[in-house]
Write a protein that binds this ligand. Structure first.
Ligand code: SF4
Ligand code: SF4
Length: 502
């Protein structure tokens, strides 16, 4: 029986007049959607994922991809996607896997927040002529500082906690080696060095090739403890404990044994071909006290020289959880919103669990301020940071810095085809296949990510200058510089933002 789920979503259209039969499109399609048959290129539309690789590689611009018109009668509730999913599961009896971020909730609150600008009474700042500071420090800040006068000089008596110095308030998110290729990891690490920020190792340990960049890498400790050893902890700029992630709150991870190559097995410290299973909970953490023990152990292991971050997914009681994490000694809390990306997750979890980063961030910042402990930890927001406007809005809602994942991958060439879980990424990013990996040049990729971060930094300075603010830290939690447009009263109340016009 022909099922709707096998009806193609895309059509590969080949201009036969223009095609010079060079076969480059066939060589480049990692999903097998193009084959050589009867002395011409034959397209198999049902295998096409619209990754755009063939379109980019065709020297004659002879290929175009078209979205197939719906083959189903319209229904407002039983959408085409809903019906496709039911048909697929009735065929397979299995969980639907998904990549990238939440597709069910299209509304992004950032889009309904408007930034302020100075007019007349409060002068704007021209970032081309006056300095505007983007540097920020991640870590515990003292409530006050004690100074000692020594003749003509002054000495800081207060002992400061270790902090991460970021030249820009934008970090690159945690993506593991295994989920993405070594070339992608290297490109991100190089970009972090170029722009004076950090990238995350993800939970898969650190390949030896990345150790030269390790002072710009936040090394992660997740429930599977893959690749965690003293040298790994000491090499990183900071250590991050992953409790949860926005795309899959409350569930673990699974990297199939087929993806555990010799190099990945070495970085993760597991046998070649063995499944890498990250349990849903850390089996030694069942309370804030347990978390405090792990945070302290990691501080001790790094001789109290590195900040320890704790990452959680944005869930319903995120403010109370964050308060506990702060009291457990975390130097920074990373909050990952429900639209965050991932290499692979059950679709039902990705699309239905968690809350938007905007609401989580505002409520955590507010709670820590009310409890008088906001200075004791930094807040880093991730999940839906698409441009410099989102960065500025997140910081105004209370973040010290943001992390970007999908945006960084797009800079590397990702077209958001949503097939990372297949391991066949045509752009050499979410794959371990040698031929596919060779398509990504880490040096060129690093330059593109660095360019993106530079462009956003320039735009951030423009935003700050327009608002008459000369330092990013002065924007942090400055919700008065935001207004809500088209948001309901309750949402505005949680955000702590006035409606536009007030
Ligand atoms: S890459 Fe373009 S020109 Fe070459 S075979 Fe494919 S469609 Fe034809
Ligand atoms: S990383 Fe690759 S497979 Fe994943 S969405 Fe991007 S292009 Fe597709």
């Amino acid at each position: 029986m022909e099922m709707y789920s096998s009806v193609p979503e895309f059509r590969v259209v080949i201009d036969r007049q223009a095609c010079r039969l060079c076969k480059r499109c066939i060589e480049n399609c990692s999903f097998g959607a193009l084959e050589w048959r009867d002395n011409k290129v034959k397209a198999f539309d049902d295998r096409c994922v619209a990754c755009q690789r063939c379109v980019s590689m065709c020297p004659e611009d002879a290929i175009a991809l078209r979205r197939m018109p719906s083959v189903m009668s319209a229904h407002p509730i039983w959408t085409e996607n809903a019906r496709r999913d039911v048909f697929t599961q009735s065929r397979t009896g299995a969980i639907l896997l998904a990549s990238t971020g939440n597709e069910l909730h299209e509304r992004v609150i950032f889009d309904n927040l408007l930034l302020d600008a100075c007019q007349v009474t409060n002068p704007a700042i021209d970032p081309l002529r006056e300095p505007i500071e983007l540097r920020t420090y991640i870590g515990r800040k003292p409530r006050f500082v004690e100074l000692e006068e020594l003749g003509d000089s002054v000495r800081l008596k207060t002992e400061l906690s270790p902090a991460l110095r970021l030249e820009i308030p934008i970090m690159i998110a945690q993506m593991s080696y295994g989920a993405i290729s070594l070339e992608a990891h290297e490109a991100l690490a190089r970009a972090a060095v170029m722009r004076g920020t950090t990238m995350g190792s993800g939970e898969g340990g650190l390949h030896k090739k990345l150790y030269p960049y390790a002072d710009h890498i936040i090394v992660q400790v997740a429930s599977g403890r893959f690749g965690v050893h003293p040298a790994y902890l000491k090499a990183g700029a900071a250590v991050e404990v992953k409790i949860g992630q926005g795309a899959k709150p409350g569930i673990g991870g699974h990297l199939p044994g087929t993806k555990i190559t010799e190099e990945i097995s070495e970085a993760r410290m597991i046998p070649i071909g063995a499944d890498a299973i990250s349990p849903a909970p850390h089996h030694d953490i069942y309370s804030i006290e347990d978390l405090a023990q792990l945070v302290n152990s990691l501080k001790e292991a790094t001789r109290y020289k590195k900040p320890v971050l704790v990452k959680i997914a944005a869930v319903h009681n995120v403010a109370a959880i964050s308060s506990g994490i702060c009291r457990a000694g975390a130097d920074a809390i990373v909050i990952d919103g429900f639209r965050a990306g991932t290499g692979a997750t059950p679709k039902v979890i990705r699309d239905n669990v968690g809350i938007p980063i905007e609401l989580a961030l505002a409520s955590v910042d507010q709670r820590l301020r009310e409890e008088g402990i906001r200075n004791e930890t930094s807040i880093i927001a991730s999940g839906t940071i698409r441009n410099s406007g989102d960065v500025a809005k997140a910081i105004a809602l209370g973040a010290d810095a943001v992390k970007i994942g999908t945006a960084a991958l797009i800079a590397l060439g990702c077209t958001v085809c949503k097939r990372c879980y297949t391991g066949k990424c045509a752009w050499g990013i979410a794959t371990q296949e040698p031929e596919l990996r060779s398509r990504l040049d880490p040096v060129e990729g690093a330059q593109r990510v660095s360019n993106l971060l530079l462009a956003w930094s320039i735009e951030l300075k423009e935003i700050l200058g327009a608002a008459g603010i000369n330092s990013i830290e002065s924007l942090r939690g400055n919700r008065d510089r935001l207004r809500g447009y088209g948001l309901d009263h309750t949402t505005l109340e949680i955000l702590g933002v006035q409606p536009a016009g007030s």
